[in-house]
Design a protein around this ligand. Structure first.
Ligand code: GLA
Length: 428
């Protein structure tokens, strides 16, 4: 992690040593300009904490399943379950409490107050529990005056709230965009970044303004991940007002920028700064097993943050195995940090093929059956034009060798299920 010299502190130290030698008038005017100087230097030198998200962040978030039905026991039970089922050790280390953890109003000093019924021991106690168990502690707030669920938002309280978060041991802040009025997104998120930095505790900063102000164009220096689109729900391609199924969200990525392929939205992502197509719905009741598996595979293909959104305390073994599959996670977490893209789409043949460049000249390839029925999918490797050369093919979900790219690969695939491959260059 890189730490820069804290200029305001340096200046204050020099200033306090120098003052005995200055005349009283100069001292008084220096004192007047000191706050201005401090404000300016904080602005100039503040930055996001580096090194926190070299691969897409992984964890669990309360919103998709629990919404306002959250409390200390749920968070502790979730942590315990994620240790028992192997999720923590597979890399899901951020446990994030989403909206609805607060009391409806700030206290008399303007501080945020955790809901005393949901969190009777406060949030510091929750943080201590999570940290002792090897997790990191995340929380939600909003850049507007109120959160989307109508709890106090951070606007005008950024530095104060950042100090509260630091005192509770917060490691991750998801910062929403409801009730922002006329606020400028870029400036607002920068203010919170600077506030977190000033509070001094490294925090992974997750921007959640739903892509409305094209954060991929300006947020690399502001946060570690940014939502690109609206909210997900547990559906393949349904729509429920503001919420859409995962396939629609995937398709929407393509409307966000003019280019597609390797020059599409993915070119803005990389180590330390990721496009966030929203949290996982894997294992939730609105998806079939196949739809969960395809959602998970494709989120890995686009180097998405993997924030589980299911009730991990009651998880069927097949979903646990899916979400902790090391070979699949290695595609998401590949150190090269390249987001994959759709290389081929043939609606008439019910097939889409996504490719993702990996380290050491390897590639991941994912073929999705977009049809309503099981179908034979064929992958003609030579049509995936960005992948040059000859490769050995490994079927990742099937856990078996699948020949080489010299000849097409065909297999029966359930509706909305995928084939997922890892390609290794053939030795010459
Ligand atoms: C917004 C966000 C969601 C969730 C809710 C909470 O809709 O996009 O992910 O945090 O707010 O109110």
């Amino acid at each position: 992690m890189r730490y820069y010299v804290r200029t305001p502190e340096l200046f204050a130290a020099v200033f306090s040593r120098a003052t005995p030698f200055l005349n009283p008038l100069a001292t008084r005017s220096m004192k007047k300009i000191l706050p201005l100087f401090l404000a300016l230097t904080v602005t100039v030198f503040a930055q996001k904490f580096e090194g926190l998200a070299l691969t897409p962040p992984m964890g669990w978030n309360s919103w998709n399943t629990f919404a306002d039905k959250i409390n200390e026991s749920l968070i502790k039970e979730t942590a315990d379950a994620m240790i028992a089922n192997g999720m923590r050790d597979a890399g899901y280390v951020y446990i994030v409490i989403d909206d609805c953890w607060e009391s409806k109003e700030r206290d008399a000093q303007g501080n945020l107050v955790p809901d005393p019924v949901k969190f009777p021991n406060g949030l510091k106690a929750v943080g201590e529990y999570l940290h002792a168990k090897g997790f990191k502690f995340g929380i939600h707030s909003c850049a507007g005056t109120r959160t989307c669920a109508d709890f106090p938002g951070g606007r005008g309280h950024e530095y104060q709230d950042a100090r509260s978060y630091a005192s509770w041991g917060i490691d991750f802040l998801k910062y929403d965009w409801c009730n922002h009025g006329t606020a400028d997104a870029r400036e607002t998120y920068k203010t919170m970044r600077d506030a977190l930095h000033a509070a001094g505790r490294p925090v992974l900063f997750s921007l959640c303004e739903w892509g409305q102000n094209k954060p991929w164009e300006w947020a690399t220096d502001v946060g570690h991940m940014w939502r690109t689109t609206g909210d997900i729900y547990d559906s393949y391609d349904g729509r429920k007002g503001w919420e859409t199924g995962w396939k629609r969200i995937l398709d929407q990525q393509y409307a966000l920028v003019d280019s597609t392929g390797p020059d599409g939205i993915g070119k803005y992502a990389g180590p330390g700064h990721w496009n966030d197509p929203d949290m996982l719905e894997v294992g939730n009741p609105g998806l079939t097993f196949a739809e969960s598996r395809a959602h998970f595979s494709l989120w890995c293909m686009i180097a998405a943050p993997l924030m589980a959104g299911n009730d991990v305390r009651h998880m069927k073994p097949e979903y646990r195995d899916m979400m902790t599959n090391k070979e699949v996670l290695a595609i998401d977490q590949d150190a090269l940090g390249k987001q994959g893209f759709r290389a081929l789409s043939e609606p008439s043949n019910n097939i889409e093929i996504w490719v993702k460049e990996l380290s050491n000249g390897e590639w991941a390839v994912c073929a999705l059956n977009t049809g309503m029925a099981a179908a034979d999918l064929t992958v003609q490797w030579e049509r995936l034009w960005t992948i040059q050369g000859k490769f050995q093919v490994h079927d990742v979900w099937g856990k078996k060798a699948a020949g080489d790219t010299g000849k097409p690969y065909s297999a029966r695939v359930d509706s909305h299920d995928v084939l997922l491959f890892r390609l290794t260059p053939e030795k010459k």
